[in-house]
Design a protein around this ligand. Structure first.
Ligand SMILES: Cc1cc2nc3c(=O)[nH]c(=O)nc-3n(C[C@H](O)[C@H](O)[C@H](O)COP(=O)(O)OP(=O)(O)OC[C@H]3O[C@@H](n4cnc5c(N)ncnc54)[C@H](O)[C@@H]3O)c2cc1C
Length: 392
C-alpha cells in the first residue's frame, strides 16, 4: 500500500522549500504537501553552499523581475515567513559592481537599459567615478562599471531556507527524510515515488526541485534529455589587513568576484568551459586560488597583494548547459511533473519568485505576477533559448 499525497516536492533546498511555503500559504489549495529531502542537514545542497548574492543586474527581463521580488521578499520576510520571533536574514545592501574593459562596454550598456526599463536602481560609472567612490580599487584597463545603488547585496542563505521550512511546517507541510530512487509510471503520469527505504508514495503532482541532481529525477520519469548538469564552484575566504564597509559585491572583467564576509572577504571564479566538467566531486583545488584568483585580486585591489586564505569550500551549480537559465513549469508528455531546475548560479535569489510562480501555475494554470513562460521546457526542443549573459 502506498501513502497518497496531493503534491510531492523532491528536494528540500531553497527552491523546494519556497514552493512548499507559497503553495501552502495561498489559501486556495487544501491538499497535503510533502517535501522529500535526502540530506535534511543540507550539508551538500547548493543552497547552504552558496554565497548569498541578490542582484538586479541580469540580461534576461524575467531574471531582473525575479530578483526585484527577492529584494522585496527579503526586506519584508517577517510579513511572509514570521511565526513568533523576528527573522534576521543579515541582508547587506552594498550593491553589485560589474566592472568592464572596452570589450565589455556594449554589454554593460545594453544590460543597463534593460534593467533601468524595469525600474532597477542601477547606474553607470566611468573609471573616474569608480575611483572617486571606491578609492581602494584599481581602475586601470577599465572602460567603466554598472553599479546597483539599492536593492542589491547579499544575505544569509541558510537563514532564509530555515525560515521557509519552519513557516511551511507551521502551515501543515510534511518534510520527510528520504531519497527518491524510482518513479513508477502509468501511461504518461508518475504514479508512485519509491524511496530508498522501501516506502512508496503516490502523488497528484510531482515537483522536481532536486537542484544539481534534477536530471536524475527527470530520467526516472523517462525524460531522456534534460540539459542540467552538476558543476563544481569553489569559494575561498581570505583575510586582508584593510577593510571597506561600503565594499560592494565586485565582479571583475575576468569573472573573478569578491565581497566582504564579516571582516574577511570571499571570492571565487567560474572555470573556463573546457575545465568545467559535470561532477559531484567537492575536492578543493587550492591552485585555483593561488595561481589564478589571487593575482587578479592583487591587480584589482592593491591591499589584496597581502592576504591570507583562511578556508575554502566547494558547492555545485545546477548548470543549464543550453542557455544558463532555469527550466520552470510542465512537461509536454509527462502529465504530472513540474520542473524548477537549472538555475545556473542564481536560484537562491530567484527562489521566492519561483515558489510564487509555480503556485500560480498549479492553482490557475498560468503565471499571474511575473511571466515565467519563457523558461518552459518546450523552449529547449523549439530552440527558443534565452541566453543569460550575466552568469557569475
Ligand atoms: C558556490 C555557489 C555560490 C552561489 N551563489 C549564489 C548567489 O550568490 N546567489 C544566488 O541566487 N544563487 C547562488 N548560487 C546558486 C544557488 O545556491 C542555487 O541556485 C540554489 O540554491 C538552488 O536551490 P535548489 O533548491 O534548487 O537546490 P539545492 O539547494 O541543491 O537543493 C536540492 C535538494 O534536493 C535534494 N535531492 C536531490 N536528489 C534527491 C532525491 N533523489 N531524493 C531526495 N532529495 C533529493 C538534495 O539533497 C538537495 O538538498 C550559488 C551556488 C553555489 C554552489
Amino acid at each position: 500500500m502506498s501513502e497518497t499525497q496531493d503534491i510531492v516536492i523532491i528536494g528540500g533546498g531553497i527552491i523546494g522549500a519556497s514552493i512548499a511555503f507559497f503553495m501552502s500559504n495561498t489559501g486556495l489549495f487544501s491538499g497535503q504537501i510533502t517535501v522529500i529531502e535526502k540530506d535534511p542537514g543540507h550539508k551538500n545542497s547548493s543552497t547552504a553552499l552558496s554565497v548569498g548574492g541578490v542582484r538586479h543586474q541580469f540580461s534576461t527581463p524575467a531574471n531582473i523581475q525575479m530578483s526585484q521580488f527577492a529584494t522585496h521578499f527579503i526586506k519584508n520576510c517577517d510579513q511572509y515567513l514570521g511565526i513568533d520571533e523576528a527573522i534576521n536574514l543579515y541582508f547587506k545592501e552594498n550593491g553589485y559592481l560589474f566592472l568592464a574593459t572596452e570589450s565589455g562596454k556594449e554589454t554593460l550598456s545594453t544590460n543597463l537599459e534593460i534593467q533601468k526599463n524595469l525600474g532597477a536602481d542601477v547606474c553607470h560609472l566611468t573609471p573616474d567615478q569608480i575611483q572617486t567612490r571606491f578609492q581602494w580599487l584599481n581602475t586601470e584597463g577599465l572602460s567603466g562599471a554598472n553599479y546597483g545603488l539599492s536593492g542589491e547585496g547579499w544575505f544569509d542563505p541558510n537563514a532564509l531556507l530555515q525560515a521557509f521550512i519552519q513557516k511551511a511546517k507551521s502551515l501543515g507541510v510534511k518534510f520527510i527524510k528520504g531519497e527518491v530512487c524510482e518513479l513508477e509510471m502509468s501511461k504518461s503520469s508518475i504514479q508512485n515515488l519509491k524511496l530508498k527505504s522501501g516506502k512508496s508514495i503516490s502523488a497528484g503532482w510531482v515537483i522536481n526541485a532536486a537542484g544539481p541532481l534534477a536530471a536524475n529525477i527527470s530520467g526516472m520519469a523517462g525524460i531522456k534529455y534534460f540539459p542540467v548538469e552538476s558543476r563544481k564552484r569553489q569559494v575561498h575566504v581570505f583575510r586582508c589587513a584593510e577593510y571597506w564597509s561600503d565594499c560592494p559585491f565586485v565582479i571583475d572583467p575576468s569573472g573573478v568576484y569578491f565581497r566582504p564576509e564579516g571582516h574577511n572577504f570571499i571570492c571565487g571564479q567560474s572555470p573556463n568551459a573546457d575545465q568545467d566538467p559535470p561532477t559531484r566531486n567537492s575536492d578543493l583545488d587550492f591552485a585555483q586560488f593561488e595561481d589564478i584568483i589571487w593575482p587578479i585580486l592583487a591587480n584589482r585591489v592593491k591591499a589584496f597583494e597581502a592576504i591570507r586564505r583562511e578556508h575554502s569550500w566547494a558547492g555545485h551549480y545546477a548548470y543549464h548547459v543550453e542557455d544558463q537559465n532555469p527550466i520552470i513549469g510542465f512537461h509536454p508528455e509527462v502529465k504530472n511533473i513540474v520542473f524548477a531546475n537549472g538555475f545556473s548560479g542564481h536560484g537562491l535569489q530567484h527562489a521566492p519568485a519561483v515558489g510564487r510562480g509555480i503556485t500560480e501555475l498549479l492553482i490557475s494554470g498560468r503565471y499571474q505576477s511575473i511571466d515565467l513562460s519563457a523558461f518552459s521546457f518546450e523552449r529547449i526542443a523549439l530552440k527558443k533559448l534565452i541566453r543569460e549573459t550575466e552568469v557569475v
